[in-house]
Ligand binder design. Structure first.
Ligand SMILES: *[C@@H]1O[C@H](CO)[C@@H](O)[C@H](O)[C@H]1NC(C)=O
Ligand SMILES: *[C@@H]1O[C@H](CO)[C@@H](O)[C@H](O)[C@H]1NC(C)=O
Length: 391
């Protein structure tokens, strides 16, 4: 640089005065032009900075508005939620105060006819096998044990065999029963990995099977419905019987996968089913677990519509109802084979809040609790009991 300046100075000194003046003028003009441009840049930069600041302020304003609107929306939602909760409680209360008459028919004549028909069919007196007089009074507690498998299924424990084993039928069709040594094994199992797999020779269908005294009693779907009695110890079919009714329909309006629901109670083995012939209402049959004989059949006054499941306690069938969009499940119709309990005497029992729909409710008479499958969750409902009154 110093060299360049020196060269410039020497060149400058060699010029004539006129030439020097012209060069200085030229340099002066160039400097002014550069200064102008610098000041233009400066202005532009300033303008950009101002615009940027304005823009930033606008954005901040917009964001604040959005945040405010979100707050309003959130508090609106909370309000709505509270109101829905309150409404649900009020509806529950109202329903408790004025239970919907569960078995009403619009046409009185029809009711009379049906009642006569029911009586005809039910006329044989039921001979009780035990002196059990329990009826459900309320659900004392619930326990969610696990979530395993799909929305439809069944889990249960053998109420007769002295064992802690529990059995899982996952989904509405299958070849395999999963046996867990204890409930603890089930809860600590990753999926169904800790289970003993019991392969069945014929596939099961629906979620109406049961385990009783060392045997699985399960429904095989085919041309007609068959009850298969399967020995769980040596894994072989012991007996089978075709269910003695034509044209079966799904027994519960809200659980289309189940045509026959086998239930165990203090008295033994029952089948809850429905047929085309009497497709409005649910039927009940008493089975002999040894021979699979049907000993007696009843038409119950309990409608199929909006039923999701049922269970039997001491010879009384309790049908559980819900709505298509799942709300609270409730026992809303009962039928007692020994005529000691009617729907009017039975308390309206609500199940605690739940996930979806009960695809099975399996009562265990020793433990007085229900093994329930609700949308993939395995739940235990502990029951409070009271005594049936004599008529
Ligand atoms: C259980 O059944 C569901 C279908 O309902 C299926 O998606 C799932 O894989 C099954 N679980 C096991 C462990 O087989
Ligand atoms: C399995 O046990 C039953 C008794 O429950 C018996 O009748 C049957 O013959 C046995 N089957 C086999 C294959 O051992």
């Amino acid at each position: 640089m110093a060299l360049k300046q020196a060269v410039f100075l020497i060149t400058f000194l060699t010029l004539t005065h006129g030439q020097q003046q012209a060069l200085l003028d030229y340099l002066e003009r160039r400097l002014l032009a550069i200064e102008d441009r610098i000041s233009v840049w400066h202005d532009q930069t300033n303008r950009y900075a101002t615009e940027l600041r304005d823009f930033k302020q606008q954005i901040v304003g917009v964001l604040e508005n959005v945040e405010k609107e979100r707050e309003t929306l959130r508090s609106d939602m909370e309000n709505v939620n509270t109101r829905v909760d309150r409404m649900e409680r009020e509806m529950d209360y109202l329903e408790t105060q004025h239970p919907a008459p569960p078995c009403v028919e619009v046409d009185d004549k029809l009711v009379e006819q049906q009642v006569t028909k029911v009586k005809e069919k039910n006329k044989g007196k039921y001979e009780k096998l035990t002196d059990c007089r329990d009826m459900i009074s309320s659900i004392k507690a619930m326990k969610i044990v696990k979530r395993i498998g799909g929305p439809i299924g069944l889990w249960t424990k053998d109420p007769v065999a002295e064992s802690d084993k529990v059995y899982v039928f996952n989904s509405s069709h299958g070849h395999v029963i999963y046996e867990f040594a204890t409930i603890r094994e089930l809860t600590s199992s990753l999926g169904l990995t800790r289970a003993r797999k019991i392969k069945l020779p014929f596939p099961w269908a629906g979620s109406g099977h049961t385990i009783y005294d060392g045997y699985a009693y399960y429904i095989k779907e085919g041309q007609e419905f068959q009850v298969i009695k399967f020995d769980l110890k040596n894994e072989s079919v012991v007996d089978s019987a075709v269910f003695p009714s034509e044209e079966q329909v799904p027994v519960y309006g809200l659980s289309p996968q189940t045509y026959i629901d086998l239930a165990a109670d203090e008295e033994g083995l029952w089948a809850i089913y429905a047929t085309k012939e009497n497709e409005k209402n649910i039927c009940l049959a008493k089975m002999d677990p040894k021979t699979l004989d049907i000993e007696q059949m009843w038409d119950t006054p309990c409608p199929r519509e909006n039923a999701e499941s049922a269970f039997v306690i001491c010879g009384t069938v309790y049908v559980v109802y819900n709505t298509k969009l799942p709300s609270r499940s409730r026992v809303q119709c009962v039928f007692d084979v020994s005529d000691m309990v009617t729907s009017e005497d039975a308390p309206l029992v609500y199940f605690p809040k739940r996930y979806g729909s009960h695809s099975s409710l399996k009562y265990n008479p020793n433990e007085k609790q229900i093994y329930a499958w609700d949308d993939g969750y395995q739940i235990l409902y502990k029951l409070s009991m009271k005594q049936k009154l004599d008529v």
